[in-house]
Ligand binder design. Structure first.
Ligand code: F6P
Length: 322
């Protein structure tokens, strides 16, 4: 093992830079050469690369986004794209590849390893936190804090105007961000895909709150809920109860901003963990953090097994939101 490549792929997540720092500095300690590949698998196909050493990651610990940039490449999903990527890996003399990203990126990593014989190690990074094999993905906690800041601000205006606000957060098909930000923000209701949404009982609860003197309310809605997006849910609620309703969609702001303490430390831990795993000769795996300890699991488990939402947290909110 002499040279490793590192890339970030899929949606960016705050903490990817501390993770790149972790990979590069740990690899340098092990006297491994490091090549950074820009724009994920697209950059691998086009050989868009930069040599990296310990000083090339100076000052990035506090930066959001990813200095290596990221992309989703359809071409890489085709055999021809993969062949080009693998040719470049061989040309560059890369002995193993570290893939920082979510499940889509890991599917690519598994293919590179099993079909083309390139040793790969995945590091889970997505704001969605929907990856099995790690308690938290890089970027999740920073995104939750960003959403929380927005919720707190919206609560001020909701209170001033006696309004119901529906705040839509990201999460593709999972409700981790909505649940955590909703509980921490004191939301009256949290709507997530993991729990069937009953709009009648939500309306009844809102009415009951008004009877008790509540003048404003916050609902946090995960973008992937089966009842629809926040605008659709809002219009259904408006037809049933007499509340002045407004919608705020937080969108991509949740992906940006400086990584918080947790994502910086998690990023560096997993970055170093990936280098350790490569040095031990393991491949086709993902490194995660479970109960504070590095856990190595087959990369395909990350999407084949389902990471369950914390139902106790959901119940806690039902008790708190009275
Ligand atoms: O996968 C992360 C995520 O942030 C999802 O929560 C969201 O649905 C998606 O990316 C949006 O990604 P993009 O706009 O970059 O395609």
């Amino acid at each position: 093992m002499r040279k490793i490549g590192v890339l970030t792929s899929g949606g960016d997540a705050s903490g990817m830079n501390p993770c790149i720092r972790g990979v590069v500095r740990a690899a340098t300690q092990e006297e491994l050469e490091v090549v950074g590949i820009r724009r994920g698998y697209a950059g691998l196909i086009e050989q868009d690369i930069q040599p990296m050493d310990a000083s090339s990651v100076s000052g990035i610990i506090c930066q959001g986004g990813t200095i290596l940039k990221t992309a989703r490449s359809d071409y890489f999903m085709q055999q021809e794209g993969q062949r080009k990527a693998v040719d470049n890996i061989r040309k560059m003399g890369i002995d193993a590849l570290v893939v920082i990203g979510g499940d889509g990126s890991f599917k690519g990593a598994k293919m590179l390893d099993e079909v083309w014989g390139v040793p790969t190690v995945g590091i889970p990074a997505t704001i969605d936190n929907d990856i099995w094999g790690t308690d938290f993905t890089i970027g999740f906690m920073s995104a939750v804090n960003t959403a929380l800041e927005a919720i707190d601000k919206i609560r001020d205006t909701a209170t001033s105007h006696n309004r119901l606000f529906l705040i839509e957060v990201m999460g593709r098909t999972s409700g981790f961000i909505a649940l955590w930000a909703g509980v921490a923000g004191g939301a009256e209701d949290i709507v997530i895909p993991e729990i069937p949404t009953n709009l009648d009982s939500i309306c009844a609860k809102l009415e009951e709150g008004r009877r008790r003197g509540k003048t404003s309310s916050i609902m946090v809605v995960a973008e992937g809920d089966e009842a629809g997006n926040a605008f659709e849910i809002a219009s259904k609620i408006e037809q049933t109860i007499h509340y002045e309703v407004r919608v705020a969609v937080l969108g991509h702001m949740q992906r940006g901003g400086a990584p918080g303490v947790w994502d910086r430390i998690l990023g560096m831990k997993l970055g170093k963990g990936a280098v350790d795993v490569i040095c031990e000769g393991k491949r086709n795996v993902m490194v995660g953090l479970v109960n504070g300890k590095i856990k190595v699991s087959p990369i395909e488990d990350s999407w084949k097994r389902k990471k369950e939402i914390d139902l106790e947290l959901y119940r806690l909110n039902q008790i708190m939101a009275t």
